[in-house]
Ligand binder design. Structure first.
Ligand SMILES: Nc1ncnc2c1ncn2[C@@H]1O[C@H](COP(=O)(O)OP(=O)(O)O)[C@@H](O)[C@H]1O
Ligand SMILES: CC(=O)N[C@H]1[C@@H](OP(=O)(O)O)O[C@H](CO)[C@H](O)[C@@H]1O
Length: 459
C-alpha cells in the first residue's frame, strides 16, 4: 500500500522559516499554530506538456515550497492570510466554497485543495481553520507554485479534519481539484509534490499513477535560472489552447485509423489502441495531419461534427475564441517528447558513469527545448536567450521547464564547471538588465532532488 505523507515533530526554534511563520501567525491571530503543512515545487527535467496527453514525465522536487501554519476551530470559517503582503487576506465559510475561474486570486488555489478534500470526504462539514501561508517558489515561473499551494491546502485540510490518505490518493485529488481554477493540467506537479523523495528524481507515469526512482548521473548538477518573465496559466488561454489542440489531434488521428474516436481524449490512447511504437506514431502524424494550421471548418468537416459540438465537446470555456489549430506540430512534439523521456530514463538506468551519459542526457534536453520552442511554441524570446546563454556558459544541456511562455530554464552542468557557469550566466543575462539584476538572488541557483509534502508538529 502507498505510504502516507510523513508527520514529523520538529524544533521550531531551530528552523528560521518555521520560526518566522509561527511569529507571523501569532501576530495575526493571537494564538500559536497547531500544526504546519509543507508541499514542494518541482523542476521538470524532461517531458514537457505531455502529462495531460497521458505520457510519463521526469521531474524532481525542489527545496522551495509552500508552507502553512494552521489552527482548527468549530466556526466553519476558513481564514486565510499570507506572509507576502501582495496576497490579501480572505475569509470564507467552509459550507460555501466557490472558485471564480475568471479571477484566479491566490486564495482560490488554496480553496481548490480544500474543496477537493471536502468532495472526497463526501461533502461533510469541515472544521473551521485559521491559516497563514508562506511561499518561497517564484510564482508563474514553471516551478509549480500553484500546485504546491493546492497540495499544501489539501494536505492541511485532511490533517485539520483528523483524516489521512496515502500520497497517491492525495496527488490524484489535488490534480483533479486544481482544474477548478480552469487550467486543464495533467497531474505531474501534484504527483511529484507528494511522491518526491530526497536524493532522487522520479519517473511519473499515469493511469495508474506511479513513481519510480531515477538516479541522476554522477559528475553533473542541475541549475535553475529564471528568465524573469511571468506567465499566469489561469489568467491566459495559452495553456488550454495546447490541451485542446492535442485533444483535437487525438480525434483526427483516431478517426483516420478507424478507431472509436468519440471516446478517445489523449494522444497516448491512440498509441495504445493501435499498439504502435512512438516512432510509428510520429510517422502516422506525418501521414494523416498537415503542417498548415487547421480552421474550425476543416476540423468539423473531418470529424463530421457541428461548430456547436466543437465548442461544447472539444473546446474549454477559455478557448471558445480560437479559430486555428496547429495539430501536426503539437502531436509531433508530444510523441517526440514522450520518446525522449524514455531515452533519458534509460541513460540514467545505465551505470552512473556510463560513457557519454551526461552528454547524451544534455543532447536530449537540447532537443526537448527545440521541440518546445519550434513545434509546441511554448517558449518566449527571453527564455530562448537564457537557454542559449546557459549553453554558452558551459551547460551540457538546457531547456525550458514547466508550462513555459516565460519562467525558468533547467540546465545540466558538469560539477567542476558550476562556479564558472553561474558567473557567466550572471554576467551575460542578469547584470546587464537592472530588473533582472534585482531578481538574480532568487533566480539563479543549483538544485538537488528534495523530499515530498509533509506535516510538522512542534516538538
Ligand atoms: N506564496 C504564494 N502565496 C499565495 N499564492 C501563491 C504563492 N505562490 C503562488 N501563488 C499563486 O499561484 C499563482 C501562480 O500560478 P501559475 O501561474 O500556475 O504558476 P506556477 O507555474 O508557478 O504554478 C499565483 O498567481 C498565485 O495566485
Ligand atoms: C497545474 C498545471 O496545470 N500544471 C501543468 C503546467 O505546469 P506549471 O505551470 O509549470 O506548474 O505545465 C506542465 C507542462 O509540462 C504540465 O502540463 C503541468 O501539468
Amino acid at each position: 500500500m502507498a505510504a502516507h505523507p510523513p508527520k514529523t515533530k520538529i524544533l521550531i526554534s531551530e528552523n528560521k522559516r518555521l520560526q518566522n511563520l509561527k511569529e507571523a501567525f501569532e501576530k495575526k491571530y493571537g494564538e500559536a499554530p497547531l500544526f504546519y503543512a509543507q508541499a514542494p515545487g518541482r523542476v521538470n527535467l524532461i517531458g514537457e506538456h505531455i502529462d495531460y496527453c497521458g505520457y510519463a514525465v521526469l521531474p524532481m522536487a525542489i527545496e522551495q515550497s509552500i508552507l502553512a501554519a494552521v489552527t482548527v476551530n468549530d466556526s466553519k470559517k476558513i481564514h486565510l492570510a499570507n506572509t507576502d503582503p501582495k496576497y490579501k487576506d480572505f475569509t470564507v465559510s467552509s459550507e460555501d466554497i466557490e472558485i471564480d475561474k475568471d479571477n484566479p486570486q491566490w486564495y482560490y488555489y488554496f480553496l481548490c485543495g480544500v474543496k477537493g478534500i471536502q468532495e472526497h470526504l463526501g461533502k461533510v462539514p469541515l472544521s473551521g481553520m485559521k491559516c497563514v501561508v508562506d511561499g518561497t517558489i517564484p510564482a508563474s515561473s514553471g516551478l509549480s507554485s500553484s500546485s504546491a499551494l493546492v497540495c499544501c491546502a489539501a494536505l492541511l485540510t485532511m490533517e485539520a479534519n483528523h483524516k489521512s490518505l496515502n500520497k497517491v490518493a492525495l496527488a490524484e485529488i489535488s490534480a483533479k481539484c486544481e482544474r477548478y481554477i480552469g487550467t486543464e493540467g495533467g497531474g505531474m506537479d501534484q504527483s511529484i509534490s507528494f511522491l518526491a523523495e530526497e536524493g532522487t528524481a522520479k519517473l511519473i507515469e499515469f493511469h495508474p499513477l506511479r513513481a519510480s526512482d531515477v538516479r541522476l548521473p554522477e559528475g553533473a548538477l542541475f541549475v535553475i535560472s529564471n528568465c524573469c518573465v511571468e506567465m499566469n496559466k489561469a489568467a491566459s488561454s495559452h495553456f488550454n489552447i495546447r490541451v485542446v489542440e492535442c485533444r483535437i489531434a487525438t480525434k483526427m488521428l483516431a478517426k483516420a485509423r478507424g478507431l472509436e474516436w468519440g471516446r478517445l481524449l489523449k494522444l497516448s490512447q491512440v498509441q495504445t489502441e493501435l499498439e504502435a511504437s512512438l516512432e510509428e506514431m510520429l510517422r502516422l502524424v506525418a501521414e494523416v495531419l498537415h503542417p498548415e494550421p487547421y480552421s474550425r471548418e476543416e476540423v468539423c468537416k473531418a470529424l463530421g461534427i457541428t461548430t456547436e459540438q466543437l465548442c461544447t465537446d472539444l473546446l474549454s470555456p477559455n478557448t471558445q475564441h480560437v479559430t486555428q489549430f496547429k495539430l501536426y506540430q503539437r502531436a509531433r512534439h508530444v510523441y517526440g517528447e514522450a520518446a525522449r523521456v524514455l531515452r533519458f530514463k534509460s541513460v540514467c538506468d545505465e551505470a552512473p558513469s556510463a560513457p557519454n551519459g551526461v552528454q547524451r542526457l544534455g543532447d536530449l534536453m537540447k532537443q526537448s527545448h527545440a521541440s518546445c520552442r519550434d513545434l509546441y511554441e511554448c517558449s518566449c524570446p527571453e527564455l530562448d536567450q537564457l537557454v542559449e546563454t546557459c549553453l554558452q556558459s558551459g551547460a551540457v544541456g538546457s531547456r525550458l521547464t514547466g508550462a513555459g511562455w516565460g519562467g525558468c530554464a533547467v540546465s545540466m552542468v558538469p560539477t567542476d564547471k558550476v562556479e564558472s557557469f553561474l558567473k557567466s550566466v550572471r554576467e551575460l543575462y542578469y547584470t546587464p538588465d537592472p530588473r533582472r539584476a534585482e531578481l538574480e538572488n532568487h533566480s539563479l541557483f543549483v538544485t538537488k532532488p528534495g523530499g515530498g509534502a509533509a506535516i510538522f508538529l512542534e516538538d
